[in-house]
Design a protein. Sequence first.
Lengths: 83, 108
Amino acid sequence: MNAWLWAGASTLVLLVPCAVRALHGSTVDRLLGLELGGVVTALALVMLAEGFDRSIYFDLALVFTVLSFVGNLVLVRFVERWV
Amino acid sequence: MAWSDVLVAVLLGLAVVVQLGSVLGLLLMPHVYDRLHFLAPATSVAPVLVAGAVVTREALDHQGIIAVLIAVFLFAFQPVLTHATARAARIREHGDWRLQPGEAARRP
């Protein structure tokens, strides 16, 4: 294993506390867990793509980052008024 | 081990530590507005560190450009999401995001 894979695996472990936050607490707290989990996932994808030397997965990380932002923004608007 | 490998390892280690701090802040802080502040390091500092590591190894080829794009996108747009989340928390708490009657404005 190289440094990229170590860093990617460590980052994936950090998804567990994000999931804990996303599963317990108030609605806004859960949203915070989801937001941070999205960013952590995107960075883990970048690290693992570099570690496995698969450049195509960088595109996946970029698309995931943009879609995660848009999805979270829509969810925040719903949480604000209707959920 | 080349100096670039050492630099990459240091940047990646720092990125993981920054993300760990953010996750711990999200778990341990007592109030939702306190927790909001801990999104910032993971969404602004850590992506820049990871992009720096990728550019150090790959230069500005396909991987490097994508990593920089991700870092710039998160750096620019994640504060918008954080602001919207704080606004949603405030509206859920008080029904409106503006200062409520009888609520003192705290100024530094």
